[in-house]
Design a protein around this ligand. Sequence first.
Ligand code: CP3
Length: 343
Amino acid sequence: MGKIFVDACFKKETPYTPVWMMRQAGRYLPEYMEVRKKAGSFLNLCHNPELAAEVTLQPVDIVGVDAAILFSDILVVPNEMGMRLDFVKGEGPVFENPVRSKEELDKLLCGSDAADKLTYVYDTIKIIKERLSEDKALIGFCGAPWTVATYMIEGQGSKTYAISKKMMYQNPELLHDILKKVKEVTKLYLENQIKSGVDVVQIFDSWASAIEPDKYDEFSWQYMVEIAEYLKEKYPHIAVILFPKGVAGFLDKVYGNFDVFGVDWSTPIELAKEKLGDRYVLQGNMEPTRLYSKEATTEAVEKIQSIMQGKNHIFNLGHGILPDVPVDNAKHFINECKRVSKK
Ligand code: CP3
């Protein structure tokens, strides 16, 4: 049986528009919370292939999505480059020693020295592939060099990205050195994910909107495109999704060899359709907090379907699902996407 998700990425005919949700394997599922408790901590869960595979597969069985997304985190990359990482309750990820100088950057592992340390991720993929139904796709992922670099530089999540952006304008060479180093590891990391069995890869640029549109290509997009082009050249049968969050002001400048453009919820999907719908498959883009209301969900799903009808499209949320969304509402979203798009 073919995978309708992969077919949709390559603009092939499908029986309905496939659907998955960003952050679908996570805290809104009681089954996830149980496994995480068993693992002891979030990072232990990422490091345990058997348990990580189990939580990856949960949303496929429970909410009925067309693709599983590997359970891991974008920050395992700088972690294996040598930065000590903690997930602090209520605060999120914290790096003890942020990178703010060339000397600090030079201490980190580069290329395959770092990528080859992520064996627990590759082992997780192999276990998932053994268990995932043949008609479902497995999505691997990484963070965009810019988004990963903001955590490395700030040391934690940030509202202003002040330290990273000060570097952007005062010392752009250093920021480019950081981005290049992350990009080199990331390319090989995704290549190893592909060799381990993923069908699709998505690059998350969650903090794209922190960069002004005139600077977005220089400090983020070009690096994402370089990773995508490296993979498309060697693995043309693997679909590549780029998800830059909040870049409506950059749509006219989008370029590169990749398959799917992930539209976030703040970008009108009709605008993305007008600018990019002929060149790329579009993914998205329901406002994730609509999941708190079944009526609001149905309204958005119908609207997105009516706009995207006749174009290549994958249903998704326009960013991650929140931890307190009722599971029944998530199921409702998936069912509605399938209902409205059945051919
Ligand atoms: O279904 C899935 O998508 C699960 C796999 C996944 C996780 N993180 C698990 C996770 C993916 C694809 C990510 C990507 C990720 N990680 C991004 C990009 C996507 C996005 O949402 O923008 C970013 C920015 C991160 C960094 C990160 N990891 C943050 C900021 C946090 C804390 C915020 C929070 O929600 O608590 C994490 C932790 C994290 N990563 C959790 C999960 C399930 C929560 C940990 C837990 O408490 O169990």
